[in-house]
Design a protein around this ligand. Structure first.
Ligand code: ATP
Length: 371
């Protein structure tokens, strides 16, 4: 695991297990021994492929689902004994879940109305919550008179109005178009900082997780595969699973030829790589990862470096700011690189040297591999 949990004093999930019976007579382990501590003001994201257990964990914290065994404490008290409506947490869903027959003011103020809060105070807080999500003055409208992005803001305003200690967000942005989604990602992060409460965010979108989170918890088959800051998860993935799930990466298998305190020399089977990794032993098998954006092409007037992979360009795809290069090395292995589009035109079949900084390689010894 990349980092230990920071201030383990707010949400504490211990040995959480939950299985479901399948219609075929089998059983699925949706949560398979989850241990997680979360700080009171963290933006923490559960990230993983479909079926890895994200929603199950969120639903258990919300009180919509039960645990088979394990415990969940919030601020030192057990959550599991409380019914959903008494838990100091609120949930924002992908589908907004607004009441279509109520106007926006009544949707946002619903929880306060149920709690019997006086009208003046209720109206003040409705305005305040709508203002916090950047949507003042729409109290009299119906949900159908707002755009999808605006409806999601209303759902957020409703979720924060009774000042929960924690907000659970289940893929809240996935129904929005790409531009609005990027804008809302920043706004959500700002809202979380402003409120100073914990946001537990669920997504299967790694870019979204990297953009917003203080920490990311990567789930796989009901287990935590890795937890860490976006930087740690992206640059120092703990396993092949995390590497493959978080962005595109070149993954090779290799054998350490030589390892000194400064560098290691690794054989990829017909090609050699120099990387900064002092803890390897000669002869050991490793997985090596390098992101496509960590390669660069040597300009004609630059001196050549011994730190490069020789490959032949098979295809170059223009993707806006960058060109994605699909290449093949002499040993037959594929390698991809992301190169600024300003670079001179490249032709398929052309030999290239993909240069790299030895620090850009991430090496996982086979003995440490989780997957
Ligand atoms: P997605 O991103 O698709 O929503 P997820 O990571 O949120 O997926 P969960 O919904 O938590 O995953 O499901 C975890 C596993 O538990 C899956 O295999 C799912 O099929 C199974 N599961 C979840 N809820 C139930 C249920 N009520 N009955 C049977 N199986 C369930």
């Amino acid at each position: 695991m990349a980092v230990s949990d920071p201030t383990p004093d707010f949400l504490k999930i211990k040995n959480a297990f939950r299985h479901f019976a399948t219609p075929e007579g089998g059983s699925v382990r949706a949560l398979d021994g989850i241990n997680l501590n979360v700080a009171s003001n963290e933006f923490i994201t559960l990230l993983g492929p479909s079926g890895c257990g994200k929603t199950t964990l969120l639903n258990i914290i919300a009180g919509f689902e039960r645990l088979d065994s394990g415990s969940i404490l919030l601020g030192g008290s057990s959550l599991l004994e409380l019914p959903a409506h008494q838990r100091p947490v609120n949930t924002v869903f992908q589908s907004y879940a607004l009441f279509p027959h109520l106007n926006i003011g009544d949707n946002v103020g619903y929880g306060l109305d149920v709690a019997g809060v006086a009208k003046k105070e209720r109206n003040r807080r409705v305005s305040e919550s709508l203002e916090m999500v950047g949507l003042s003055g729409v109290e009299k409208r119906r949900p159908s008179q707002l755009s999808g992005g605006q409806q999601q803001r209303v759902a957020l305003a409703r979720a924060i109005i009774n000042r929960p200690k924690m907000l659970l967000l289940d893929e809240p942005l996935s129904a929005l178009d790409r531009n609005l989604r990027s804008k809302m990602q920043i706004e959500l992060k700002n809202l979380q900082s402003e409120l100073g409460i914990c946001f537990l965010f669920v997504t299967h979108d790694q870019e979204e997780a990297l953009t917003m989170s203080d920490r990311i918890v990567v789930l796989n088959g009901g287990k935590i595969e890795q937890r860490g800051t976006p930087d740690e998860i992206y640059h120092r993935p703990a396993s092949r699973f995390v590497t493959e799930f978080i962005g595109e990466s070149n993954i090779f298998s290799g054998r350490v030829l030589e390892s000194t305190p400064e560098f290691s020399r690794i054989d990829l089977g017909g090609a050699e790589v120099i990387c900064n990794n002092p803890t390897l032993s000669a002869g050991e098998q490793v997985s090596l990862l390098i992101r496509p954006e960590h390669f660069h092409l040597k300009a004609a007037d630059e001196p050549s470096s011994s730190r490069g992979l020789n490959a032949v360009l098979e295809q170059s795809v223009f993707i806006g700011r960058d060109h994605q290069l699909h290449c093949r090395m002499g040993n037959g292995q594929e390698v991809s690189a992301l190169i600024r589009s300003s670079f001179k035109a490249l032709q398929a079949g052309q030999p290239l040297t993909l240069e790299y900084d030895p620090a850009a390689w991430h090496v996982i010894p086979e003995r440490e591999r989780v997957n």
